[in-house]
Design a protein around this ligand. Structure first.
Ligand SMILES: NC(=O)c1ccc[n+]([C@@H]2O[C@H](COP(=O)([O-])OP(=O)(O)OC[C@H]3O[C@@H](n4cnc5c(N)ncnc54)[C@H](O)[C@@H]3O)[C@@H](O)[C@H]2O)c1
Length: 264
């Protein structure tokens, strides 16, 4: 069983949503936090709130798609706190749209997802996660740190209409815990650094608040628990997975029974 007290969490996308909820949970349980996001302002706001909770916090402005920024983030954690114990790459975006959208009257395609919208989501949600995890794992190994790499996939990884970019990024990311666990096992590291993913359903953050609300209400009416997941519930699960060293290499769904509630 690992203790969160005095451990160090590196969290991307920490300026809001799930990343910030994980940061609050870490601080509430005596941990230290290195918080990264693309803009200074949300980071400052988040850091002020965490410091008011007596949290030890360092912020890093950076883009997860930049190799340089990712290395700087991992270096900052080692320089400031000497270790990395949790890696939570929570930065992610959506850019929804149908791959091809035929006009309802003519049956001819009038819109299609742009290459830019496809690539941007893959760059941030998949390549960005790879970079954060690679840079942090390197420092964890070199500094003999024990802990968990916990990715944030999505129930969307099972396939959702209008999300070929997002669903593909999350499905691809969902294989990473298995690959990383197998690689660490070969080098005798799998007892020291575990890798998992959490795959949430619909969580009450800005990402979901930005969705079409009537579409969201319709989705929620088919979710057995009948509500959004709270970001704090994701953070609590991540904390439980951190503590419990028997958990490794898997994707853990937390969606309130999503897809089991079909009335059809
Ligand atoms: N909200 C949900 O329903 C839900 C469900 C399943 C999975 N997820 C996943 O959880 C993660 C967090 O989502 P959220 O709901 O908290 O979203 P959010 O939009 O509230 O927060 C995402 C954060 O990532 C940051 N970010 C975006 N691009 C970045 C970049 N290039 N570099 C660094 N930071 C960047 C944003 O500034 C923002 O603070 C994402 O990976 C998302 O796909 C969310």
């Amino acid at each position: 069983m690992l203790e969160i007290k005095d451990s160090v969490a590196v969290i991307t996308g920490g300026g809001g949503g799930i990343g910030f909820a994980v940061a609050k949970y870490w601080v509430q349980n005596g941990g230290k936090v290195v918080l990264a996001d693309v803009a200074q302002e949300p980071l400052d706001k988040a850091a002020a709130e965490l410091k008011a909770m007596q949290g030890e916090v360092v912020t890093v402005v950076g883009d997860v798609t930049s190799e340089e920024d990712s290395a700087r983030l991992a270096d900052t954690a080692i320089e400031k706190f000497g270790q990395i114990n949790l890696v939570a790459p929570c930065a992610g975006i959506i850019k929804d749209g149908m791959m091809v959208a035929p006009d309802r009257n003519t049956g001819k395609v009038t819109r299609k997802m742009s290459l830019g919208d496809f690539s941007k989501v893959i760059d941030i949600n998949l390549t960005g996660v790879f970079l954060t995890v690679r840079e942090c794992a390197e420092r964890m190994i070199n500094n003999n740190c024990k802990g968990l790499i916990c990715l944030v996939s999505s129930s969307g990884s099972l396939g959702t209409a209008g999300q070929i970019n997002y669903a593909s990024s999350k499905a691809a990311m969902s294989i990473m815990p298995k690959v990383i666990t197998a690689e660490f096992f070969r080098r005798g590291l799998s007892g020291q650094i575990r890798c998992m993913a959490i795959a949430p359903g619909y969580v009450g953050t800005e990402m979901v608040k930005g969705m079409n609300q009537s579409a969201l209400d319709k989705i929620l009416s088919d979710v057995p628990i009948g509500r959004l997941i709270e970001p704090e519930e994701i953070a609590q699960l991540m904390g439980d997975m951190y503590r419990n060293e028997a958990i490794a290499g898997e994707v853990f769904f937390i969606h309130g029974g999503l897809r089991l509630g079909s009335r059809g």
